[in-house]
Design a protein around this ligand. Structure first.
Ligand SMILES: Cc1cc2nc3c(=O)[nH]c(=O)nc-3n(C[C@H](O)[C@H](O)[C@H](O)COP(=O)(O)O)c2cc1C
Length: 193
């Protein structure tokens, strides 16, 4: 008998698991971007594991003098997490038509490393506005040589919503399906590379 127990040999073998690192650009306890990231992790298809990065608020402010051997531990952990990930997902608010400082600071720690080079990345959106930040983030990440997955669009309008309503919106079947669909499309983008 050919094949392994529990696997029908007429079916294609299961795809290897993709490890995706998800970063919210907001530090607010009731952040809608963080809620979206958490919901993506909870709704990931079987072939994707989404790990939420929670170190944004502990990163020191980027200083190019502190790279190399002097890299602070938190920045080193971020660099390692991005290096290990098969892909990176970012959900980020807009502040004053720009990218919030905490998010830009995290990206700055990755600029002169190899971690971002060719790394698949996808932007997802918790606000129907934030068009300046979306464009700026895409430009920054392309400049850093992330491989930005631009064909997938996930936007769930959570702007101004408070936690109970945010959870209810994210639990709607159509939104869960949209999240799964976006992750499946991102996984296909990663696997095609
Ligand atoms: C300091 C500050 C500046 C903001 N500036 C903008 C802006 O320029 N454009 C916009 O669409 N929203 C702006 N907003 C609204 C936030 O982007 C919005 O509340 C977002 O949903 C917050 O994300 P969070 O829930 O993940 O914290 C601003 C909010 C703050 C606190």
């Amino acid at each position: 008998m050919v094949g392994s127990p529990g696997h029908d040999s007429s079916e294609p073998p299961p795809l290897p698991l993709l490890n995706l690192l998800a970063i919210s650009g907001s530090l607010r306890a009731a952040s809608t971007n963080s809620a979206l990231i958490a919901a993506l992790a909870a709704n990931a298809p079987a072939d994707c594991r989404v790990t939420v990065y929670d170190g944004l608020g502990r990163l020191p402010i980027f200083n190019a003098d502190d790279e190399g051997e002097r890299t602070p531990r938190g920045a080193g952990e971020l660099i390692d997490a991005v290096t290990r990930a098969d892909g990176v997902i970012v959900s980020c608010p807009e502040y004053a038509h720009g990218v919030p400082g905490g998010m830009k600071n995290a990206l700055d720690w990755l600029v002169s490393r190899d971690a971002a080079v060719g790394k698949p990345a996808m932007l997802v959106h918790a606000s129907p506005r934030s068009l300046y930040a979306r464009a700026a983030l895409a430009e920054i990440m392309r400049t850093m040589s992330f491989a930005l997955c631009e064909g997938v669009m996930l936007e769930i309008a959570l702007l101004g919503k408070k936690p109970p309503e945010v959870e209810a919106i994210l639990a709607e079947p159509a939104n869960r399906q949209a999240m799964r669909g976006a992750l499946q499309a991102f996984a296909a983008f990663i696997r095609a590379r």
